[in-house]
Design a protein around this ligand. Structure first.
Ligand code: MRU
Length: 316
């Protein structure tokens, strides 16, 4: 069965708690927009497109229970600063409300459009993947990070289903471990051959000629094609360029912030040092040592071979 990160049930939102994966599949039942905000901030749900869809349902829960739409809008907006889909979805729903449109229908449309965009990106992107390709991917960009199917992982899924016999190197993606916990879980369910590697292994594999292309997602893309994505993406782009390996970004149009220009226009989320110093509540660093935790970095357009979108391929 296809993986699904959330379900809208008419009066409540069911959310697969991604903090518990892969050990446990537990579902949160959210009826209050504040709970939705908390789930986004604390990463029970994550991945830019999924955050956008879920925030949309959060907005709907808030306004339909009579809360002040401005308060609901700002509370949800202040959860994660980099994922553009969050802002895009909330702006769209606020506008729908102001124009007297059916907000529930609009929230559902956002989810359905995202799913269709992923399928389209899969079709377009898999054409670029050679048979037998060994693909390196970072973070989780699959069904868990979207309304379903996935962006970069969606392209991998489509290539696999098209019989391309792909193999995936899965970056573990410190510190939240989206790669080893979530991407590996999805690949296993789909029966796609893969191996988990520590983030620092990528360069050595490239040097040994064991990587044919890199596929990543995006949290925000500026008008001039600077790409914010999970921390470590920039380093991968530099490595790919040095080894002349194609570096592809896969993202729907809802991730493009056409009002921003240049890397300085992107606000990069900084998260707590605790997430670096602890793994699942086990301390892995001296208590007295401070840690720095940027959740994202920015890759410049000159390091990107192509951006695969639901409307076609862009070569920055
Ligand atoms: O911190 P996360 O897990 O929300 O970060 C997710 C990513 O960086 C993804 O690559 C991005 O959101 C695209 S997901 C389709």
């Amino acid at each position: 069965m296809e993986v699904k990160a959330f379900y809208w049930k008419g009066d409540r939102l069911l959310l697969l708690d991604q903090r518990e994966l892969p050990e446990k599949e537990s579902w949160l039942e959210l009826k209050d927009y504040r709970e939705v905000g908390k789930a986004i901030r604390e990463m029970a749900v994550r991945g830019a497109p999924a955050i956008g869809c879920v925030a949309g349902y959060g907005f709907l829960l808030g306004v339909s229970s009579g809360e002040d739409p401005e308060v609901v809008y700002h509370t949800l907006k202040n959860t994660r600063p980099t994922a553009y889909n969050l802002f895009w979805a909330l702006d769209r729903l606020k506008r729908a409300l102001e124009e007297g449109k059916d907000v529930e229908r609009e929230a559902i449309a956002i989810e359905e459009e995202d799913y269709r965009a992923n399928i389209r990106m899969g079709e377009i992107g898999q054409e670029l993947i050679p048979k037998g390709a060994r693909i390196l991917t970072h973070c989780n960009t699959g069904a868990l990070a979207t309304a379903g199917w996935g962006t970069a992982l969606g392209v991998i899924r489509s290539a696999h289903r098209a019989g391309k016999e792909v193999f995936v190197w899965v970056d573990e993606t410190r510190p939240y471990l989206q790669g080893s916990r979530l991407t590996a879980w999805e690949l296993l369910k789909e029966g796609i051959p893969h191996k988990i590697i520590t983030d620092a292994t990528a360069g050595f594999l490239m040097r040994k000629g064991l990587v044919d292309c890199v596929l990543v997602g995006a949290d925000r893309i500026t008008k001039d094609y600077f790409v914010a994505n999970k921390i470590g993406t920039y380093a991968l782009s530099v490595l790919a360029k040095a080894h002349q390996i194609p570096f592809y970004v896969v993202a729907p149009k809802s991730t493009f912030d056409t009002s921003s220009v240049g890397e300085e226009s992107i606000r990069i989320e900084e998260r707590s040092e605790r997430e670096v110093k602890f793994v699942k509540n086990v301390s892995i660093a001296p208590e007295g040592s401070p840690a720095l935790h940027f959740a994202f970095d920015v890759t410049p357009p000159e390091n990107i071979t192509a951006i695969i979108t639901d409307e076609g391929i862009i070569r920055p």
